[in-house]
Design a protein around this ligand. Structure first.
Ligand code: PLP
Length: 382
């Protein structure tokens, strides 16, 4: 395939990284894993790869397809979403100010606020659903705005275009954590973001058996050059085998996301009508406060739902443990449904309501997922 971008998303996901322009018989249809950490050098001083920490054929294929799917120019793959996030923040300078949303993945907050403190990174947070608040929170030394939409775990929606326009006006960089929507449901670079961050451990990997991360950039210049240097120099890179498996997962990503979107829509509707549920947070519901923005920037609303149980922390924990089909486990984005009594995972200092359950809706039959939620609630509140 000479130009992957001429095809539609599903086709790129399947064929994007495999060169099919060779007609030679006996060639493998699936490109093999290249486990060698070293590569023969020649007179051509520019020839790559040389050493796997710098580049590897499987990683280059993964980076190329992720860049194409996110409509970016380039991508750097990492060994986890946190490693990708760390590289982005390390590309900032000591003394720079980073603006993060009030509600975001607690690991990224800890990284920015605690771990990067010794880097002298200044960090503050704001309600990113309110653009006036975002502008007010900017400081003379602000360099980057970090958005996560839908946010974890409250599913707040940030209007990426509005924040991107603001960033342009003030000459700031905008990074969007696109882990939850995946590039199937949202492409932040299209709305004006500069960088997209992924925990590929979630929907992109899709089977709860791979850890990975990625940074996709609108341009290979500027901050991305630093991110690439950090990736190659510090070495938090995925193994060739993990890249190979990630590529296999990507081939079914568009169809998996369709199933997650469809199932989550049905589960959200069921939860909304349940007498033991007081709130449902899902951007696909017409009464979500930012449903219109979600509809504008998302092709589908994703597989993540949070909801409040009408009961105490202790009762919520009992509901969480009363499931049969849905696995009580952290993380998200796999084919199997999982849920979490979220405050347990976030630990001390968490602002998440203590009666909140976060559900990653899998690809089982929606009727079976709904029956399991119903029976767990019945077990505790009958
Ligand atoms: N961003 C989001 C939204 C996440 O949910 C997670 C993990 O749960 C991460 C980043 C971190 O990714 P990883 O666990 O791959 O390091």
């Amino acid at each position: 395939m000479s130009d992957a971008t001429q095809f539609n998303f599903e086709t790129i996901a399947i064929h994007g990284e495999v060169r099919q322009d060779t007609k030679k018989g006996g060639e493998p249809v699936v490109y093999p894993r290249v486990d060698s950490t070293i590569f023969r050098m020649s007179e051509d001083q520019e020839a790559t790869p040389v050493y796997t920490r710098h580049a590897n054929p499987n990683r280059s294929q993964l980076e190329s397809i992720l860049a194409t799917l996110e409509q970016g120019e380039t991508c750097a793959a990492f060994s986890s979403g946190m490693a990708a996030s760390t590289a982005i923040l390390q590309a900032l300078n000591p003394g720079d100010h980073l603006l993060i949303p009030n509600d975001l993945y607690h690991g990224v907050r800890k990284l920015a606020v605690e771990i990067m403190a010794s880097w002298n990174l200044e960090v503050s947070s704001v309600d990113m659903t309110k653009i006036e608040e975002v502008e007010k929170a900017l400081r003379p030394n602000t360099k980057m705005v970090w958005a996560e939409t839908p946010s974890n775990p409250m599913l707040e929606i940030t209007d990426i275009k509005k924040v991107a326009d603001l960033c342009k006006k003030h000459n700031l960089l905008l990074t969007v954590d696109n882990t939850w929507p995946s590039p199937v449901n949202m492409q932040p670079l299209k709305w004006g973001a500069d960088l997209v961050m992924h925990s590929t451990s979630k929907y992109i990997g899709g089977h709860s058996d791979l850890l990975g991360g990625a940074v996709i950039a609108k341009s290979g210049q500027g901050i991305f050059e630093k991110i690439r240097d950090i990736q190659q120099s510090t070495g938090a890179v995925p193994s060739p085998g993990d890249c190979w498996l990630m590529l296999r997962s990507i081939r079914t990503l568009p169809w998996r996301m369709r199933g997650h979107n469809e199932n989550a829509g049905k589960v959200a509707e069921f939860l909304t009508g349940h007498p033991r549920i007081s709130e449902v947070y899902y951007p696909g519901l017409p009464d979500h406060p930012d449903h219109t923005t979600a509809k504008k920037q998302m092709a589908g609303f994703g597989g993540m739902i949070s909801f409040l149980v009408t009961g105490s922390r202790e009762e919520t924990n009992r509901v969480f443990l009363a499931s049969g089909l849905i696995c009580p486990a952290t993380s998200l984005g796999g084919v199997e449904s999982l849920w979490e009594h979220r405050i347990r995972s976030e630990g001390p200092g968490s602002k998440t309501p203590d009666n909140l359950i976060r559900l990653s809706v899998g690809l089982e039959h929606s009727g079976d997922i709904i029956s399991d939620i119903d029976q767990a609630l019945y077990t505790v509140f009958q």
